[in-house]
Design a binder for this molecule. Structure first.
Ligand SMILES: [Zn+2]
Length: 196
């Protein structure tokens, strides 16, 4: 449904997707010399491309229409809040009896959110992608103060809410933390592309 809806608006919109020249670069896509390219950097590049596409999709479906050049930090925050509906990380609200409890013994009705670690990594990738697609660093909506402050707030609240210190986790990364499947994974929880 979303693929056809924006047809009329596309002409008035300064088509944000017009400079797709960097897409053709395709670094590391040759599978013949696979041993040379480190897998982790490939994964990062793929993830970055997927994130950029997701954000482009979000802009295209935005009402009122929104072009990349007019995108501000406030729009980025709107995007992050929109992503929360696909989150899989339980974040307890203050009045929940499990607030601050890393391993609650029972279910509760608190909302599922994107984990701070996922959002932080996502913003880093989108920030890089913006400049790779010709955006000026000083106009980068992903690098604005509002976005930095928002991420800091999310980190502090989730740390309190879930009884997890993100700082501490970094120090003992040799030990596998028990709740690693959701907590600080940099893997964003998204629906299949058709659902957006
Ligand atoms: Zn709860």
């Amino acid at each position: 449904m979303g693929t056809e809806a924006g047809g009329d608006d596309a002409t008035t919109d300064q088509n944000a997707m017009s400079n797709s020249s960097t897409d053709s670069m395709n670094i590391g896509s040759s599978s013949s010399s696979s041993a040379a390219a480190p897998a982790s950097s490939n994964r990062y590049e793929n993830q970055k491309r997927r994130d950029w596409n997701t954000f482009g999709q979000y802009l295209r479906n935005h009402r009122p229409p929104l072009s990349l050049s007019r995108c501000s930090g406030a729009h980025v925050l709107e995007f992050l809040r929109y992503l929360d509906q696909f989150g899989k990380t339980k974040v307890h609200i203050q009045i929940c009896p499990f607030f601050g409890h890393p391993n609650p013994p029972a279910p509760c009705p608190c909302p599922l959110r994107q984990a701070w670690g996922s959002l932080d990594a996502l913003i880093g990738r989108l920030r890089a992608a913006f400049e790779e697609h010709g955006g000026k660093p000083e106009a980068n909506p992903f690098g604005t103060r509002a976005v930095r402050l928002f991420l800091r707030e999310v980190r502090e609240f989730q740390a309190k809410s879930r009884g997890i210190s993100y700082e501490k986790k970094k120090r003992n990364k040799n030990k596998l933390p028990q709740q690693q499947e959701t907590s600080t994974s940099s893997q964003l929880s998204l629906p299949p592309p058709d659902a957006i």
